[in-house]
Design a protein around this ligand. Structure first.
Ligand SMILES: C[S@@+](CC[C@H](N)C(=O)[O-])C[C@H]1O[C@@H](n2cnc3c(N)ncnc32)[C@H](O)[C@@H]1O
Length: 248
Protein backbone atom coordinates (compact mmCIF):
# COMPACT_ATOMS: atom_id res chain seq x y z
CA UNK A 1 0.00 0.00 0.00
CA UNK A 2 1.29 3.49 -0.84
CA UNK A 3 2.43 5.48 2.18
CA UNK A 4 0.20 8.39 1.01
CA UNK A 5 -2.88 6.58 2.35
CA UNK A 6 -3.75 6.37 6.01
CA UNK A 7 -6.20 3.68 6.90
CA UNK A 8 -8.88 4.97 9.29
CA UNK A 9 -10.65 2.23 11.20
CA UNK A 10 -14.47 2.24 11.44
CA UNK A 11 -14.18 2.68 15.21
CA UNK A 12 -11.98 5.79 14.80
CA UNK A 13 -14.35 7.21 12.18
CA UNK A 14 -17.39 6.84 14.43
CA UNK A 15 -15.47 8.29 17.39
CA UNK A 16 -14.53 11.30 15.24
CA UNK A 17 -18.18 11.67 14.15
CA UNK A 18 -19.35 11.56 17.78
CA UNK A 19 -16.73 14.22 18.67
CA UNK A 20 -17.99 16.42 15.79
CA UNK A 21 -21.58 16.09 17.01
CA UNK A 22 -20.58 16.90 20.60
CA UNK A 23 -18.67 19.97 19.47
CA UNK A 24 -21.63 21.12 17.31
CA UNK A 25 -23.95 20.72 20.32
CA UNK A 26 -21.55 22.69 22.51
CA UNK A 27 -21.20 25.47 19.94
CA UNK A 28 -24.96 25.66 19.43
CA UNK A 29 -25.63 25.79 23.14
CA UNK A 30 -23.41 28.88 23.45
CA UNK A 31 -25.07 30.47 20.38
CA UNK A 32 -28.51 29.84 21.96
CA UNK A 33 -27.40 31.67 25.10
CA UNK A 34 -26.01 34.53 23.05
CA UNK A 35 -29.21 34.93 21.00
CA UNK A 36 -31.52 34.56 23.97
CA UNK A 37 -29.73 37.38 25.81
CA UNK A 38 -29.69 39.68 22.75
CA UNK A 39 -31.85 42.80 22.49
CA UNK A 40 -33.14 41.51 19.13
CA UNK A 41 -34.65 38.48 20.84
CA UNK A 42 -36.06 40.56 23.74
CA UNK A 43 -37.68 42.94 21.29
CA UNK A 44 -39.21 40.12 19.23
CA UNK A 45 -40.59 38.39 22.34
CA UNK A 46 -42.16 41.68 23.52
CA UNK A 47 -43.79 42.22 20.12
CA UNK A 48 -45.12 38.66 19.97
CA UNK A 49 -46.45 38.85 23.51
CA UNK A 50 -48.23 42.10 22.78
CA UNK A 51 -49.81 40.72 19.61
CA UNK A 52 -50.81 37.53 21.37
CA UNK A 53 -52.68 39.38 24.11
CA UNK A 54 -54.15 42.02 21.77
CA UNK A 55 -55.48 39.32 19.45
CA UNK A 56 -56.55 37.10 22.35
CA UNK A 57 -54.46 34.32 20.88
CA UNK A 58 -53.84 32.64 24.22
CA UNK A 59 -50.08 32.50 23.53
CA UNK A 60 -48.61 30.15 20.88
CA UNK A 61 -49.34 26.46 20.88
CA UNK A 62 -46.99 25.75 18.02
CA UNK A 63 -44.06 27.13 16.04
CA UNK A 64 -43.88 25.97 12.42
CA UNK A 65 -40.51 26.54 10.75
CA UNK A 66 -39.59 26.09 7.09
CA UNK A 67 -36.39 27.15 5.34
CA UNK A 68 -34.00 27.34 8.30
CA UNK A 69 -31.21 25.76 6.25
CA UNK A 70 -28.55 23.41 7.61
CA UNK A 71 -27.50 24.50 11.11
CA UNK A 72 -24.40 22.38 10.74
CA UNK A 73 -23.36 24.20 7.56
CA UNK A 74 -24.50 27.80 7.78
CA UNK A 75 -23.83 30.59 10.26
CA UNK A 76 -27.21 32.31 9.61
CA UNK A 77 -29.04 29.06 10.31
CA UNK A 78 -27.12 28.62 13.60
CA UNK A 79 -28.26 32.01 14.92
CA UNK A 80 -31.80 31.62 13.58
CA UNK A 81 -31.89 28.23 15.32
CA UNK A 82 -30.78 30.01 18.53
CA UNK A 83 -33.77 32.33 18.13
CA UNK A 84 -36.12 29.38 17.58
CA UNK A 85 -34.87 27.70 20.77
CA UNK A 86 -35.36 30.95 22.72
CA UNK A 87 -38.93 31.34 21.41
CA UNK A 88 -39.71 27.67 22.14
CA UNK A 89 -38.51 28.13 25.72
CA UNK A 90 -40.18 31.46 26.20
CA UNK A 91 -43.61 30.43 24.90
CA UNK A 92 -43.29 26.83 26.17
CA UNK A 93 -44.44 25.51 22.87
CA UNK A 94 -43.59 22.74 20.42
CA UNK A 95 -41.62 23.36 17.22
CA UNK A 96 -42.32 21.59 13.92
CA UNK A 97 -39.52 21.99 11.41
CA UNK A 98 -38.60 21.08 7.83
CA UNK A 99 -35.98 21.99 5.24
CA UNK A 100 -34.99 19.66 2.38
CA UNK A 101 -31.35 20.59 3.02
CA UNK A 102 -31.09 19.31 6.58
CA UNK A 103 -28.19 16.97 7.24
CA UNK A 104 -27.81 14.10 9.69
CA UNK A 105 -26.26 16.23 12.44
CA UNK A 106 -29.06 18.79 12.09
CA UNK A 107 -31.58 16.05 12.84
CA UNK A 108 -29.56 14.95 15.91
CA UNK A 109 -29.55 18.55 17.09
CA UNK A 110 -33.31 18.94 16.60
CA UNK A 111 -33.94 15.73 18.54
CA UNK A 112 -31.69 17.00 21.33
CA UNK A 113 -33.78 20.20 21.55
CA UNK A 114 -37.02 18.18 21.26
CA UNK A 115 -38.16 19.67 17.98
CA UNK A 116 -40.67 17.67 15.88
CA UNK A 117 -39.13 17.01 12.49
CA UNK A 118 -41.65 17.02 9.64
CA UNK A 119 -40.95 13.86 7.66
CA UNK A 120 -41.72 14.96 4.14
CA UNK A 121 -41.57 17.97 1.88
CA UNK A 122 -45.01 19.52 2.06
CA UNK A 123 -43.95 22.67 0.18
CA UNK A 124 -45.44 24.80 2.94
CA UNK A 125 -48.93 23.37 2.42
CA UNK A 126 -49.73 22.58 6.05
CA UNK A 127 -53.16 23.37 7.53
CA UNK A 128 -52.99 24.75 11.00
CA UNK A 129 -55.53 24.14 13.73
CA UNK A 130 -53.93 25.91 16.70
CA UNK A 131 -52.32 29.27 17.40
CA UNK A 132 -49.10 29.14 15.40
CA UNK A 133 -46.01 31.25 14.99
CA UNK A 134 -44.91 30.64 11.41
CA UNK A 135 -41.13 31.09 11.27
CA UNK A 136 -39.85 31.53 7.70
CA UNK A 137 -36.37 33.08 7.82
CA UNK A 138 -35.39 34.22 4.30
CA UNK A 139 -37.56 31.55 2.70
CA UNK A 140 -38.53 31.22 -0.94
CA UNK A 141 -41.78 33.19 -1.39
CA UNK A 142 -43.43 30.03 -2.72
CA UNK A 143 -43.51 28.62 0.80
CA UNK A 144 -45.43 31.54 2.27
CA UNK A 145 -47.75 31.71 -0.74
CA UNK A 146 -48.49 27.96 -0.45
CA UNK A 147 -49.01 28.22 3.30
CA UNK A 148 -51.49 31.07 2.85
CA UNK A 149 -53.36 29.16 0.14
CA UNK A 150 -53.69 26.11 2.43
CA UNK A 151 -55.03 28.28 5.27
CA UNK A 152 -57.09 30.67 3.16
CA UNK A 153 -59.98 31.30 5.57
CA UNK A 154 -60.33 33.86 8.30
CA UNK A 155 -60.47 31.36 11.18
CA UNK A 156 -57.13 29.79 10.25
CA UNK A 157 -55.39 33.03 9.31
CA UNK A 158 -56.36 34.66 12.59
CA UNK A 159 -54.51 31.90 14.43
CA UNK A 160 -51.22 32.66 12.64
CA UNK A 161 -48.51 35.16 13.31
CA UNK A 162 -45.91 35.12 10.56
CA UNK A 163 -42.28 35.94 11.24
CA UNK A 164 -40.64 36.10 7.84
CA UNK A 165 -39.48 38.40 5.07
CA UNK A 166 -41.34 41.71 5.01
CA UNK A 167 -44.50 41.32 2.92
CA UNK A 168 -44.55 45.10 2.45
CA UNK A 169 -41.05 45.09 0.94
CA UNK A 170 -41.97 42.14 -1.28
CA UNK A 171 -45.01 43.98 -2.66
CA UNK A 172 -43.01 47.17 -3.15
CA UNK A 173 -40.03 45.57 -4.87
CA UNK A 174 -41.57 42.82 -7.01
CA UNK A 175 -42.52 43.37 -10.65
CA UNK A 176 -46.25 43.14 -11.43
CA UNK A 177 -45.82 40.03 -13.58
CA UNK A 178 -44.11 38.09 -10.76
CA UNK A 179 -46.67 39.29 -8.25
CA UNK A 180 -49.39 37.52 -10.26
CA UNK A 181 -47.74 34.24 -9.28
CA UNK A 182 -47.83 35.11 -5.58
CA UNK A 183 -51.52 35.98 -5.40
CA UNK A 184 -52.01 34.93 -1.79
CA UNK A 185 -49.12 37.04 -0.48
CA UNK A 186 -50.42 40.02 -2.42
CA UNK A 187 -54.01 39.49 -1.24
CA UNK A 188 -53.14 38.96 2.40
CA UNK A 189 -51.37 42.32 2.55
CA UNK A 190 -54.69 44.11 2.93
CA UNK A 191 -55.44 41.96 5.99
CA UNK A 192 -52.13 42.03 7.84
CA UNK A 193 -50.43 44.51 10.09
CA UNK A 194 -46.68 44.37 9.70
CA UNK A 195 -44.33 45.15 12.59
CA UNK A 196 -40.74 45.73 11.57
CA UNK A 197 -37.86 45.04 13.91
CA UNK A 198 -34.69 47.01 14.43
CA UNK A 199 -31.99 44.88 12.85
CA UNK A 200 -29.69 45.42 15.78
CA UNK A 201 -28.23 41.91 15.99
CA UNK A 202 -24.43 41.75 15.87
CA UNK A 203 -24.47 40.15 12.38
CA UNK A 204 -26.60 42.23 10.06
CA UNK A 205 -27.47 39.47 7.56
CA UNK A 206 -28.98 36.95 10.02
CA UNK A 207 -32.32 38.68 10.66
CA UNK A 208 -32.37 41.39 7.99
CA UNK A 209 -35.72 42.16 6.34
CA UNK A 210 -37.59 39.89 8.80
CA UNK A 211 -40.83 41.29 10.18
CA UNK A 212 -43.82 40.13 12.20
CA UNK A 213 -47.19 39.93 10.44
CA UNK A 214 -50.59 39.37 12.02
CA UNK A 215 -54.22 39.67 10.98
CA UNK A 216 -55.81 42.83 12.25
CA UNK A 217 -59.47 42.92 13.34
CA UNK A 218 -59.93 46.42 11.88
CA UNK A 219 -58.75 45.20 8.49
CA UNK A 220 -61.15 42.24 8.61
CA UNK A 221 -64.09 44.60 9.04
CA UNK A 222 -63.24 46.34 5.78
CA UNK A 223 -62.96 43.22 3.62
CA UNK A 224 -65.20 42.77 0.59
CA UNK A 225 -67.50 39.79 1.23
CA UNK A 226 -66.01 37.73 -1.63
CA UNK A 227 -62.43 38.12 -0.30
CA UNK A 228 -62.01 34.42 0.49
CA UNK A 229 -63.90 33.04 -2.52
CA UNK A 230 -60.69 32.74 -4.45
CA UNK A 231 -58.98 29.35 -3.83
CA UNK A 232 -56.94 28.39 -6.88
CA UNK A 233 -53.90 26.27 -5.96
CA UNK A 234 -50.62 28.12 -6.70
CA UNK A 235 -48.64 26.97 -9.70
CA UNK A 236 -45.05 27.99 -10.30
CA UNK A 237 -44.38 26.45 -13.72
CA UNK A 238 -43.39 29.74 -15.25
CA UNK A 239 -40.85 30.66 -12.59
CA UNK A 240 -37.11 30.94 -13.13
CA UNK A 241 -35.24 27.66 -12.67
CA UNK A 242 -33.56 28.64 -9.39
CA UNK A 243 -36.95 28.91 -7.65
CA UNK A 244 -37.98 25.48 -8.86
CA UNK A 245 -34.66 24.07 -7.69
CA UNK A 246 -35.09 25.33 -4.14
CA UNK A 247 -38.53 23.77 -3.95
CA UNK A 248 -37.65 20.40 -5.47
C1 LIG B 1 -32.35 31.45 1.14
S1 LIG B 1 -32.27 29.98 2.08
C2 LIG B 1 -32.41 30.59 3.71
C3 LIG B 1 -31.52 29.84 4.65
C4 LIG B 1 -31.36 30.53 6.04
N1 LIG B 1 -32.62 30.57 6.72
C5 LIG B 1 -30.77 31.91 5.88
O1 LIG B 1 -31.40 32.91 6.28
O2 LIG B 1 -29.65 32.02 5.34
C6 LIG B 1 -33.85 29.25 1.75
C7 LIG B 1 -34.06 27.92 2.45
O3 LIG B 1 -35.36 27.42 2.10
C8 LIG B 1 -35.26 26.03 2.03
N2 LIG B 1 -36.39 25.42 1.33
C9 LIG B 1 -36.57 25.29 -0.02
N3 LIG B 1 -37.68 24.58 -0.27
C10 LIG B 1 -38.22 24.26 0.94
C11 LIG B 1 -39.38 23.51 1.32
N4 LIG B 1 -40.17 22.98 0.41
N5 LIG B 1 -39.65 23.38 2.64
C12 LIG B 1 -38.83 23.94 3.57
N6 LIG B 1 -37.72 24.63 3.26
C13 LIG B 1 -37.41 24.80 1.96
C14 LIG B 1 -33.94 25.82 1.31
O4 LIG B 1 -33.45 24.50 1.45
C15 LIG B 1 -33.06 26.85 2.03
O5 LIG B 1 -32.43 26.30 3.15
Amino acid sequence: MSSDFVLVSKKKKSRRKADDTTSLLRRISSICEEVSSSSYCDNLVDILQEISSKQELNSFQNILCYGLGSVEDFANSKYQFGLLVSLKEHFKTKVQIYDPNFRKDDLTLFEHYQFDIIEENEFGKRSIDSTTLVFLPHCPHELLNNFLWKNWDITSLKKCVIFGNSIGHFIENTPLKTKETFKYICRVQSLVEEVSLDNRFKFSDVFNDLAVHYISEENIDQLPCDFFDFDEEPNYDTLPVEYRKTLS
